[in-house]
Design a protein around this ligand. Structure first.
Ligand SMILES: *Cc1c(COP(=O)(O)O)cnc(C)c1O
Length: 423
């Protein structure tokens, strides 16, 4: 493997594959996933009884298959995600369940699939309990609880508290137990997923709330889930979360409950971002470099149609430059990085609220490549066809092999299903 050059913001390769060669072979924009960080993050969480990947973060079949082979199970928030899990080889008959449907509502399609394949449901609303109970009485369910407080890196990712739509409000637990009873549904687990953060004091509060809820449900509980929300270091200098300490806090809660209930309690974790974010790189080509007053813009062929996190949350992604013709630019510049879309918000260097900011990057030329890093979670999966842009190609690098795992969408794919009515 070649090493990265010392100049900050320069990148020659991804997992030993030259960025220029990847771009020439697969085109741009292209998502590239290096499986090494995924495997390392799975290892970090081995203390948990079960790692359930929140596939919404990165649901390409090849990625799901890759984590499946390491014993990682998945959750699904839609009928499409249930079907994806099946297509990736998950066996729905396994116990503990390989696929759990975890949402705040059923649409017709997801309810039918859940019934047909006897998929375990983690209910995020009282209505889900009734709707499932009416057609499939006697099953076991788990409850996703909103403990009344939350945590998240933005209002849009905060998943607890009164402004969150997620989960069953903590004061409604008794009502939900009655609903479950009415349909003969057994409540076997409690789940709390309240957003991203590495604040251990806050986490202790979550563990306390989960324990309290589990006690209210009682001895039917056999599993608890810590949800997702484990952060990853997006910026230089940010540390990896201490997963041992994270586990220990949850484990203490689990041990106390096991002792009180007199039977073992399985401890699950449900990471999305943590498993896949660092694995993903979005390669784009710089197509225009222009000055607007004091600002220097690098305009690339990827936009928020490919990666929406900056425009949605003002999310920060590390970026680097791969010069097409080698050489090492020895100077850097403050640049604004934008995409091709007809929308002034199509800027990768922006803060929450849409404030355009700049980034110090090596001086580049049109035709050089820009790599947007830590893009393996909520990247490709949030793509759109805005401006009739096709979905990017996806490539996975495993065992030193770079393989196409999603073809670039064609124009024919893009308009498939559209109809001009006969007049
Ligand atoms: C999105 C989601 C996750 C994963 O969240 P991350 O912040 O990516 O870890 C886990 N559980 C549930 C129920 C989710 O909706």
């Amino acid at each position: 493997m070649s090493t990265q050059p010392a100049t900050p913001g320069l990148r020659r390769d991804i997992a030993g594959h030259s960025v220029v060669e990847l771009a020439e072979k697969f085109g741009t924009p292209t998502y590239v996933y290096d499986t090494t960080p995924i495997d390392a993050r799975i290892q970090d969480l081995q203390h948990f009884d079960l790692i359930r990947f929140a596939q919404k973060a990165c649901s390409n079949l090849a990625i799901l298959d890759h984590v499946r082979r390491q014993g990682v199970v998945v959750d699904a928030v839609s009928a499409g995600e249930i079907r994806r899990a099946m297509a990736a080889g998950y066996d729905l008959q396994e116990n503990p369940p390989a696929v759990v449907y975890c949402a705040d509502l059923f649409d017709q399609d997801s309810l039918e699939l859940v019934i047909k394949h006897d998929i375990h449901v983690n209910c995020g609303s009282p209505d889900m309990i009734d709707q499932l109970g009416q057609v499939a009485p006697g099953r076991n369910i788990t409850l996703r609880i909103n403990p009344g407080f939350g945590h998240g890196h933005s209002q849009k990712t905060n998943t607890g508290g009164p402004q969150s739509k997620h989960g069953i409000w903590h004061e409604e637990v008794e009502d939900c137990l009655l609903r479950a009873d009415r349909h003969g549904l057994g409540v076997t687990g409690i789940h709390m997923h309240i957003g991203s953060g590495s604040d251990f004091e806050h986490l202790a509060q979550v563990c306390g709330a989960l324990e309290e809820t589990a006690r209210r449900v009682g001895r039917s509980i056999t599993s608890v889930s810590a949800g997702g929300g484990l952060p990853i270091p997006y910026r230089d200098g940010e540390a990896q979360i201490d997963t041992v300490r994270y586990f220990e806090l949850w484990d203490q809660s689990r041990q106390r409950l096991a002792k009180e209930f007199g039977h073992p309690i399985s401890l699950e974790i449900e990471p999305g971002r943590y498993l896949s974010a660092e694995a993903g790189f979005l390669i784009a080509e710089i197509r225009s470099i222009k000055k607007m007053g004091e600002n220097l813009f690098y305009l690339v062929d990827a936009g928020f149609n490919n990666l929406a996190r900056p425009i949605l949350y003002g999310a920060y992604h590390p970026m680097s430059i791969s010069p097409r013709h080698g050489g090492v630019p020895d100077t850097t510049a403050e640049v604004v990085v934008g995409g091709p879309l007809c929308e002034s918000g199509d800027i990768f260097t922006q803060e929450e609220g849409g404030y355009v900011c700049s980034r110090r990057l090596p001086v580049a030329k049109v035709g050089d490549y820009l790599v947007i890093e830590c893009a393996g979670a909520y990247g490709q999966v949030m793509s759109s066809n805005y401006n009739s842009k096709p979905f990017a190609a996806e490539v996975m690098i495993r065992d030193h092999q770079a393989q196409l795992i999603r073809k670039r969408q064609t124009f024919a794919d893009l308009i498939q299903g559209e109809v001009i009515p006969e007049s």
